[in-house]
Design a protein around this ligand. Structure first.
Ligand code: FES
Ligand code: FES
Length: 148
């Protein structure tokens, strides 16, 4: 089965119902995407599929055949995406576990709304769970990244 992840094509030999997250982490060694709940609730495992955020723990690999998957590793080569810079500037992360999924969701948000309001941010980011409570810092970082 051929899949495209971060603009690279991979030919993989796995069961078609293997979750995308397993393929990313265990086959492709792209461990930036995290496993949290495994049932589509926490959003830690969020990646972009053809530009839209999806939960990779709950998507069979067969679903992404012919589609473009983007993980946190694919957002920029050297961590130079405006969101990644903002995350560092504002020291958003605590344990960091939820953050790749949060940044991927934020990237989707600013791809459709380049200058989001606080309301836009709250609405888009509200389903992501952060056990460390970094919600305000995440909001501030998205505003910081999109201010100019
Ligand atoms: S690990 Fe996928 S939503 Fe929680
Ligand atoms: S930074 Fe720890 S879970 Fe979000």
């Amino acid at each position: 089965m051929k899949i495209i992840v971060n603009k690279t094509e991979y030919d993989i030999d796995v069961e078609p119902n293997m979750p995308l997250l397993w393929v990313l982490r265990d086959i492709l060694n792209l461990t930036g995407t995290k496993y949290g709940c495994g049932i589509g609730v926490c959003k830690a495992c969020t990646v972009l599929i053809d530009g839209y955020p999806e939960q990779s723990c709950s998507i069979p690999i067969s679903y992404v055949e012919g589609k473009e998957v983007t993980t946190i590793e694919g957002l920029s080569i050297n961590g130079e995406h405006p969101l990644q810079i903002a995350w560092k500037e504002l020291s958003v992360s605590q344990c960091g576990y939820c953050q790749p999924g949060q940044i991927i969701r934020a990237a989707y948000l600013i791809s459709k709304i380049p200058k989001p309001t606080v309301e836009d941010i709250n609405k888009e980011m509200s389903e992501h769970i952060c056990r460390c409570g970094t919600y305000k810092k995440i909001r501030d970082a998205i505003l910081w990244a999109t201010k100019d």
